[in-house]
Every structure is written in structure tokens, then in C-alpha cells.
Design a protein. Structure first.
Length: 296
């Protein structure tokens, strides 16, 4: 008898007849990596839209927050659904409490207070042209990046320079964060460290396409194998240990290098991160083992 494990997605990432997101192939790669390893462990991986009625989750022991990549536009609805699943006796990984904390990037302030090295950031309820130029003055730089506080995948993100400022009537229109642009993102890329059940699994070096700074595949970004040197891996472990939750099934630590040479945390992704199975050949087995351990 197999144990059913849900893999939450959204209509834009699930296979079907409709048009899919440009990065939906990552959903396919992850499912392809997980399904056989899960089957070997007596687990059946079931893909479904997170908006599916509760009765479609009947008989599932656990749900994983796989590629629910539209949650950032509906965070309250998403968290409410996870709480409802939990109330019906289904284990949610990662838990609604983790999702609440991790869904707003202001969690980076918590990590900084716990000793983590972060990118200098201005936190604003909104941003306009004046805020952008003010941030450039504040950071002593000619280029900044403006991000949503609740966002994912680089969507709704902007990069401005003093030579290419936003229009006079532009505004972000939502709570946001402004950071100095890090040249290392283009020069060497961003580094990802994947942890399963608190243990390091594998590393990834993510590079941006020509004339682009965003490293996501939606913008032409690509990944390379990465065997982190001990110092870089210890930086990632420091971030993982600083997390206020000890029960995360999976966590992806994204880091970039500051001008000082030190790695700084960009994200600690514990909601629905892509876990880069092509760079982690043991990902499926490690995740299946961790799930079986949790389910007893």
C-alpha cells in the first residue's frame, strides 16, 4: 500500500491543455526527479492545483508546496488553504507557520538580528522616483534594485540607474525593498545551497543571460554545478542555523557576494522553492527518506 503525497502546483505550472508559464518546465523536471524515488520508498506523488477542493486531498498523508508559483499574488488565500489542510489532519510541508513568516521578505530583518549577513536594504511602504534617487544617495551607488516585499521569481522587480530613472509618475504601488545593485550577480552569479531536513544536499551556481541581471529561467538565466568551498558552505550553514524554525523539511539558501568578498543572504526560501534536481542527483531519495522519517 502506498502513501499519497500531494505536490501543490498552480494552473500555470501544471501540465495540461492551457498555456503554461515560461518556467513550467522546472515543474516537470522536479516531478520527474521525485516521482521514481518516492515510488521506491512506497510514496505516491500526486500533482494538483493548490486551489483544488478539499475533498481532492482526501487520503493524503502530506502535501508539499511544490510549484504554487502564483501564491505571492494571493498570500492570504494561500495560507488559509494550507491551514485548512492542516486542520483536516494533513501534514503540510513546509508548515503554515513557516509560510506566514517566509512570505514577506522582511524576514530578512529577523535573520540580520540573528547574526546573518544581509544585503543593505531600505524597507518602504511604497517607492517613487524620489525614493529611488534617495536610495542611490543613501547607498552611495548609481544603480539600485527595487523588489516586492511579497514576491517571487523576480516578477515585478526593477533595476534603475541614474541614467535610467523611472518616469516622474512611476510608483511601485505596494510595500517594497530597495537594495544597491551587486555587480557580483552579473560577474559570478548567485549561489544556491539546498538543505533537506536540516542537512546540506547540493549547491547551484545561477548565472544571468547576456545583458540581464535576473538569474531566473524566465529571463534566460541558467544553472551550473557548484561544489562550494568550505568557507562558502559554512556561510550558508550559518544562515540555515539562524532560521527561527527547526522543523523545515526543505530550505533553499540563496546568496550573493558583497564587495567585501563576503557572501550575503538574498533569500531563505522555505515556501515553494525550485530545488534544482539536475544539480542534485540524490534530491528525490533524500526528500523521500526525510518524508518517511516524519511520517513514521
Amino acid at each position: 500500500m502506498t502513501t499519497r503525497i500531494g505536490f501543490l502546483a498552480c494552473k500555470d505550472t501544471l501540465p495540461g491543455d492551457g498555456e503554461r508559464r515560461g518556467d513550467a518546465f522546472e515543474h516537470d523536471l522536479e516531478v520527474k526527479a521525485l516521482r521514481p524515488a518516492f515510488a521506491d520508498a512506497g510514496l505516491e506523488l500526486v500533482e494538483l492545483d493548490w486551489r483544488s477542493p478539499l475533498d481532492q486531498f482526501a487520503g493524503m498523508a502530506m502535501v508539499l508546496l511544490g510549484t504554487a508559483w502564483d501564491y505571492q499574488d494571493h498570500p492570504r488565500e494561500f495560507i488559509a488553504k494550507l491551514a485548512a489542510l492542516q486542520e483536516h489532519g494533513i501534514t503540510v510541508q513546509n508548515s503554515p507557520d513557516i509560510v506566514r513568516w517566509n512570505s514577506d521578505k522582511s524576514y530578512l530583518k529577523d535573520l540580520e538580528q540573528r547574526g546573518a549577513t544581509t544585503v543593505p536594504t531600505l524597507w518602504l511602504e511604497d517607492a517613487d522616483r524620489q525614493a529611488v534617487t534617495g536610495a542611490m544617495d543613501h547607498f552611495g551607488t548609481d544603480r539600485v534594485v527595487v523588489k516586492r516585499q511579497v514576491g517571487a521569481g523576480g516578477i515585478g522587480q526593477y533595476s534603475f540607474t541614474r541614467a535610467s530613472l523611472p518616469e516622474a509618475d512611476w510608483s511601485m504601488g505596494r510595500p517594497c525593498m530597495i537594495q544597491p545593485f551587486l555587480p557580483s550577480i552579473v560577474e559570478e552569479g548567485e549561489y544556491t545551497f539546498v538543505f533537506i531536513d536540516g542537512e546540506y544536499s547540493h549547491g547551484v551556481q545561477k548565472r544571468a543571460a547576456q545583458d540581464e541581471y535576473r538569474i531566473q529561467s524566465l529571463y534566460g538565466g541558467y544553472e551550473c554545478d557548484y561544489a562550494p568551498p568550505p568557507g562558502d558552505l559554512e556561510c550558508a550553514r550559518t544562515i540555515e542555523r539562524a532560521l527561527p524554525f527547526a522543523d523545515a523539511l526543505y530550505c533553499r539558501i540563496d546568496m550573493a557576494r558583497l564587495a567585501t568578498g563576503e557572501l550575503a543572504v538574498m533569500e531563505a526560501e522555505m515556501i515553494e522553492p525550485y530545488l534544482y534536481p539536475q544539480q542534485g542527483s540524490q534530491l528525490g531519495m533524500r526528500l523521500a527518506e526525510a518524508i518517511c522519517k516524519r511520517l513514521g
